[in-house]
Design a protein around this ligand. Structure first.
Ligand SMILES: [Zn+2]
Length: 229
């Protein structure tokens, strides 16, 4: 079944959420909170199906207020109205969840990077999504250390700023990338010994810088090589 917002035809009920509202648990595609609580706000019976009762319901994230669309089927006549389902609808044996939209986007890992670097980058992105900022920062640094070491084997381990300077002096990265790297405080935390907790915006800058360095050093050269074949 292809789900789309167009399948919601006529809301049969809309009300403010309360403690009695039907709930759903899901990773929020809007605020990225894992296993977030969602509260039912509206629903409509989907008349296209005749074998069972099929319902399209809207749920609101308790954390950010963003909405998701949950399609379910049921054999219980009262459950045509989502508000008559007591509590967590995914735990109710009379409810079968058929689909949830939108889904959380998978982590966008740059192409053509070494497998271990890809693992660390994904780990860093997951940690950042879960607000584990120190773990995220450490994983970005490890990903960069591994990725840049290939290009700067003569630079002392975990001296990322020196590796980046070396890459620039070899003409392998642009001046703007080098200057950006020097502006990102977390890049300068040699050996992860910095005692100050990283701020959200600092980890976001680290994430973006890591991504662009990986694209510049691995993804683009390989795409160019493939294109010229
Ligand atoms: Zn949310």
């Amino acid at each position: 079944m292809v789900l789309s917002w167009a399948t919601i035809k006529r809301p049969v009920s809309t009300r403010e959420t309360s403690n009695m509202a039907a709930t759903f648990q899901h990773d929020c595609p809007h605020c990225k909170t894992r296993s977030c609580l969602f509260m039912a706000t509206a629903c409509s019976k989907n008349e296209r199906f005749t074998d069972k009762i099929h319902v399209d319901a809207i749920f609101r994230c308790a954390n950010c207020g963003g909405q998701i669309f949950v399609s379910y089927s049921t054999t219980h006549a009262n459950y045509e109205n989502v508000h008559f389902i007591p509590g967590a609808i995914y735990l109710d044996p009379l409810v079968k969840i058929r689909g949830v939209l939108p889904q959380v986007n998978p982590v966008d890992v740059p192409e053509h990077i070494p497998d271990r670097v890809a693992e660390l980058f994904k780990e860093a992105e997951d940690n950042r999504a879960d607000k584990r900022l120190e773990s995220a920062s450490a994983s970005y640094r490890k990903a960069l250390e591994l990725a840049l070491k290939v290009h700067t084997p003569d630079v002392e381990a975990f001296k990322l700023e020196k590796r980046i300077d070396k890459l620039f002096s070899q003409g392998k990265i642009t001046e703007s990338l080098k200057d950006w790297a020097h502006d990102v405080r977390l890049i300068g935390n040699d050996g992860l010994h910095d005692l100050e907790k990283p701020e959200v915006h600092e980890v976001e800058q680290m994430a973006l810088l890591t991504k662009y360095l990986l694209i510049y050093l691995y993804t683009l050269p390989e795409k160019v090589r493939i294109s010229r074949q």
